[in-house]
Design a protein around this ligand. Structure first.
Ligand code: S3P
Length: 165
């Protein structure tokens, strides 16, 4: 079977769903953001602060290229990875691309109690979430399978993914 690639906005549950999927399928779990932090030796927040978003996207694309070569893996990507067609093409070579979705309000609730997402460190995060979602919608829709996570537990989402792949 192909790799399972999880895409979707921040707070849609990619990390938790990825953990469950990897256990159920006996696949290795890799998280692109965690790999970036490991390689760079600093946090994503620090990378944004020191080098800016465009440099972060470069680093992210390089990591995704490497992770795309893996087999039998659940690959969890950062919420903006879909913005580069190159990332989608690489990930699709060995994988099926799943996109997790949720409403802006749910995303806001799931992300508001931590400050590790530099793009949401603004005065009005809910407004920012709405704007980013609107802009990114066509990119997320490039996935092979869309899964609405609204009102579902991560286990239910993982089971739905297993049924559909
Ligand atoms: C980002 C999402 C984050 C992380 C970075 C940028 C985005 O990952 O890659 O802060 O552009 O949506 P998560 O989706 O895992 O929070």
């Amino acid at each position: 079977m192909k790799n399972i690639v999880l895409t979707g906005f921040m707070g849609t549950g990619k990390t938790e769903v990825g953990r469950i999927l990897s256990r159920r399928l006996g696949y290795v779990l890799v998280d692109a953001d965690a790999e970036i932090e490991k390689e760079q030796g600093i946090t994503i927040t620090e990378i944004f602060k020191q080098y800016g978003e465009s440099k972060f996207r470069e680093i992210e694309a390089n990591i995704i290229k490497k992770l795309s070569e893996m087999k039998n893996a659940v690959i969890s990507t950062g919420g903006g990875a879909v913005l580069r067609q190159e990332n989608m093409d690489n990930l699709r070579k060995n994988g099926v691309i799943i996109c997790l979705t949720a409403s802006p309000e749910t995303i806001f609730n799931r992300t508001s109690n931590n400050n590790d997402r530099p793009l949401l460190q603004v005065e009005n995060p809910l407004q920012k979430i709405r704007e980013l979602l609107e802009f990114r919608k066509p990119y997320y829709e490039k996935a092979d399978i869309m899964i609405d996570t609204e009102g579902k537990s991560p286990i239910e989402v993982a089971e739905e993914i297993i049924e559909k792949v």
